[in-house]
Design a protein around this ligand. Structure first.
Ligand SMILES: Nc1ncnc2c1ncn2[C@@H]1O[C@H](COP(=O)(O)OP(=O)(O)OP(=O)(O)O)[C@@H](O)[C@H]1O
Ligand SMILES: [Mg+2]
Length: 344
């Protein structure tokens, strides 16, 4: 009996010891568990921080890549513009001289031919007083053989046509000068957007005339403070794009302008292919082009965007596939901070 009691007591003691040991183990496991969870959370936090830092770095990298692309396109554009301007100014200068003397010579020729005509009239009047009918016959024969009446009527027309041609060439030179005006050293100045549009249209005439009719809905515009040669470049890019978007069938390019508060606006619409909705968000990206290699560099619109932005203006586009596209430029009449001197 006593032995049983002792055994029971020992068993209870052992059980208590086992319980305490189990409790202790449980506490240790719990603590280890908590430590593990804390380590896990800290690891997750660090992973999150690293991921965030990585995302920030990759975003910064993307921004830098975009900026570099934009800069590169501006650089190429500025170079293109400067060399185009220099070339245009050079050609204009070289052609202006011969045009000057051709024009002046044609004027003199017209006056001299008038005098020759007077002499001819006097001869004709004197012919009938010639005593010799043989002589008269010879003269009549020469006049008929050389078709003098035709020549007399034709020469003034030829001179007039040549004078018109020279005047047209002179106008093209003027437009070329206007188009490239001072773009080797661009200055903010007050200029007529309208004049820029018209001289640019004349320069672009070759790219447009076989593809589209130009329709103008103009209202008078005030002069605006701008970099005229650069705005001409924008108009040129938009007009050439419009012409290129028109397919084999002849289309129409419509120009509209207007004044809205302190801004002027210009819209250039075409009846071309239009732009697919998935392409539309990319068209202002530098080097984005849907044109075959060798036809488009994809710089026209990104450069135009930069130039309009430099003017504190906006450029926007509406397009319907198969119907056509309209680009709209809005420009402030006066610059907020008129920069004096040269700009890039
Ligand atoms: N009027 C338009 N109609 C249809 N698509 C247009 C029009 N204007 C621009 N686009 C689209 O936008 C793209 C980018 O135009 P952007 O003028 O920048 O470059 P590009 O004309 O391809 O080449 P670049 O002007 O350098 O010769 C064009 O390739 C074309 O897909
Ligand atoms: Mg283009």
């Amino acid at each position: 009996m006593l032995l049983l009691q002792i055994f029971s007591i020992i068993s209870v003691c052992l059980l208590m010891l086992l319980g305490r040991w189990l409790l202790h183990s449980y506490q240790v496991i719990n603590r280890v568990n908590e430590d593990l969870q804390a380590a896990n959370e800290s690891l997750e936090r660090r992973v999150e921080e690293r991921t965030r830092a990585f995302k920030q770095a990759s975003h910064a990298l993307q921004v830098e890549i975009d900026e570099r692309k934009q800069l590169e396109s501006q650089l190429i554009g500025a170079e293109k513009l400067a060399s185009l301007g220099q070339m245009a100014a050079g050609i204009a200068h070289e052609i202006n001289n011969p045009i000057g003397f051709i024009s002046s010579n044609l004027g003199t020729l017209a006056v001299y031919f008038g005098k020759i005509q007077e002499v001819l009239e006097a001869y004709k009047a004197a012919e009938h007083q010639l005593g010799s009918p043989e002589c008269l016959e010879v003269l009549e024969g020469v006049k008929t053989r050389l078709d003098l009446a035709f020549i007399e009527a034709e020469v003034p027309l030829l001179i007039q046509e040549s004078r018109d041609g020279v005047a047209r060439a002179a106008q093209i030179i003027k437009d070329l000068r206007e188009f490239s005006r001072a773009d080797t050293n661009p200055q903010w100045q007050w200029a007529s957007l309208q004049r820029g549009i018209d001289s640019t249209l004349n320069i672009a005439a070759n790219a447009v005339k076989y593809k589209a009719d130009i329709v103008k809905h103009y209202v008078p515009l005030p002069d605006i403070e701008c970099l005229p040669a650069q705005l001409n470049q924008v108009i040129m890019n938009l007009v050439v794009n419009a012409a290129q978007a028109i397919g084999p069938e002849r289309g129409t390019i419509t120009l509209r302008n207007g004044v809205q508060g302190d801004s002027v606006w210009l819209e250039i619409s075409d009846t071309g292919t239009g732009i697919a909705p998935e392409v539309l968000p990319k068209i202002f990206d530098p080097f984005f082009t849907t044109k075959p290699v060798g036809q488009g560099t994809g710089l026209g619109l990104s450069l135009s965007y930069g130039i309009v932005q430099k003017h504190g203006g906006t450029i926007s586009v509406r397009s319907l596939e198969g119907v056509g596209t309209t680009f709209r430029i809005e420009l402030p009449v006066r610059q907020q901070r008129p920069e004096q001197g040269a700009v890039n």
